[in-house]
Design a protein around this ligand. Structure first.
Ligand code: AMP
Length: 285
């Protein structure tokens, strides 16, 4: 496995693979890797001749400096995991490599950046869209892999790729969970033992949601779910939102055969966790 920090060196390597007509799969990460990341790596390995993983904790997407400082970093362990997965190249740029000057790219995110994460983390998605654009520009992948764990981010990257007319196929991977249902996250290691137990409630509560009961009043469902989560002394919801899966718009009522997504952000102690699940109401219940 090659470890590359320099963007010119990376571009040259990619160009050489391209001349051999190899397909390039790319998995951008912020490190502190877990099986959620590795599931995307495996997908890329199955679909491309070359897999490149980036590890870059992107400062511009952190609205909270404390969160950036506390973000877990464990490069040695990450490299071992990626090597064992058969990754071809790990790209580990420093901040100056990605942001050589003060200029920032802005994209028309079609309002997808307004609700939920966008509302509570000001500027977050501008930072995400900019860094992914910059990474795509260096790596020039054929396919790039993103987890549904960060569902709104996935939609925003699809939108950025569309408006910037980039020839990259965006491929999504399902949410990988711990055995008690907690969505895997790099941030989970910051939870205390008690908080870790409490955190499992988030998925256990959203999983039990019965949308058929709330067809006329999805906003009521959001309140009830938030109330259930907040009953646990370690948990405090920031939002519980039901949105239409494609547009991320809030529905007034739930229609048959339309795909929706229930999304939550919950503080567990000092750690902010997000999760989501998708649902459709069909006629056969
Ligand atoms: P991060 O390192 O948190 O920026 O995540 C890098 C990529 O891994 C993103 O596309 C995430 O959506 C994805 N990811 C993170 N956690 C999970 C998970 N539990 N299941 C699937 N994908 C995940």
């Amino acid at each position: 496995m090659m470890q590359i920090r320099d963007k010119v060196e990376l571009s040259e390597k990619v160009q050489a693979y391209r001349e051999l007509h190899y397909k390039i799969g790319f998995v951008p990460t912020m490190g502190a890797l877990h099986f959620g990341h590795l599931s995307l790596v495996r997908k890329s390995r199955a679909e491309n001749q070359i897999t490149i993983v980036s590890i870059f904790v992107n400062p511009t997407q952190f609205n909270d400096p404390n969160d950036l400082e506390k973000y877990p970093r464990m490069p040695e362990q990450d490299l071992e995991m990626l090597d064992a997965e058969g990754v071809d190249i790990v790209f580990m740029p420093d901040v100056e490599t990605i942001y050589p000057d003060e200029k920032r790219n802005h994209f028309d995110l079609a309002g997808l950046d307004k609700p939920m994460e966008g509302k509570f983390r000001k500027g977050h998605f501008d930072g995400v869209a900019d860094v992914v654009f910059r990474l795509f520009d260096i790596v020039k992948p054929d396919r790039a892999y993103f987890g549904e764990k960060d569902y709104q981010q996935l939609k925003i990257i699809q939108q950025m790729t569309k408006v910037a007319e980039l020839p990259v196929e965006i491929i999504s991977g399902e949410i990988i969970r711990e055995s008690d249902g907690l969505a895997m996250s790099s941030r989970n290691i910051r939870l205390s033992e008690q908080e870790r137990v409490a955190a499992a409630n988030i998925y256990q509560i959203i999983r039990d949601f019965e949308p058929e009961t709330f067809v006329e009043k999805p906003d009521k469902a959001e309140d009830i779910i938030a109330e259930k989560i907040n009953k646990n002394e370690h948990l405090k919801t920031e939002y519980v939102s039901i949105v239409e899966d494609e547009s991320m718009q809030t529905p007034k009522k739930l229609e048959l055969d339309v795909t929706y997504r229930l999304c939550v952000a919950v503080w567990c102690g000092q750690v902010r966790l997000i999760d989501n699940l998708t649902f459709v109401i069909t006629n056969n219940y």
